[in-house]
Design a binder for this molecule. Structure first.
Ligand code: SF4
Length: 197
């Protein structure tokens, strides 16, 4: 990848979950499925059928490609809605409401792309949780924008340099499909031995 290439929006979510996982997936092509990823892929396969239509006062468009020249970002949205001239990105997730903050970054990155593509500001997006059939509103606040922009820069750095962030064991490792490739506890030990040396 070069400076001029685009980072996938989905990589932001992975980076916020774990920078090392982001590196494994997007620099090494190391993707392994587990129950959670299979459920997530199956959900997105259903959602990523192109189409559009009216639902009450809201215009809905599915599976739209989003792009930002400014932030060098590209990705496919699950659903974009338009109501009263306002645009709202909607990201579908398999888990439960409020489980992970990293999903908000993904919605914010989509909002940044929509703003650049339409010239209109986006102040609100949603995460739709398939298991609970609930929508969580995501306010596109200045703080979330800053967080998203910092994450975009960090992801772009990893993808352009290939530099590997360390594998750091955390509670999230238990649900990570790359656990058996990464072996974070062993990686932690090796890093500590190196520090002692
Ligand atoms: S096992 Fe843990 S450290 Fe390794 S990639 Fe997954 S979340 Fe990151």
């Amino acid at each position: 990848m070069t400076e001029n290439d685009y980072s996938p929006i989905a990589a932001l979510n992975q980076y916020a979950y774990c920078p090392h996982r982001c590196w494994r997936m997007f620099c090494m092509g190391g993707f392994v499925d587990n129950q959670y990823t299979i459920e997530g892929t199956s959900l997105h396969d259903r959602v990523h059928t192109t189409g559009e239509g009216q639902r009450e006062d809201t215009w809905q468009v599915r599976a739209v490609w989003l792009k930002s020249e400014r932030y060098r970002l590209i990705g496919k949205s699950d659903l974009i809605e338009e109501s009263d001239g306002q645009w709202f990105p909607v990201e579908y997730k398999r888990g439960h409401r409020g489980e992970f903050d990293n999903d908000k970054l993904q919605v914010c990155a989509q909002a940044l792309c929509i703003e650049e593509m339409t010239g209109q500001s986006v102040t609100l997006g949603y995460i739709y949780y398939a298991q609970s059939h609930q929508r969580q509103p995501v306010e596109i606040t200045p703080e979330l924008r800053q967080q998203a922009i910092a994450t975009i820069e960090a992801v772009h750095h990893i993808l352009t340099t290939g530099e590997m962030p360390p594998a750091v064991y955390s509670p999230r490792c238990k649900g990570c499909s790359l656990y058996s490739q990464c072996l974070p506890k062993a990686a932690d030990k090796v890093a500590r031995y190196r520090e002692v040396d």
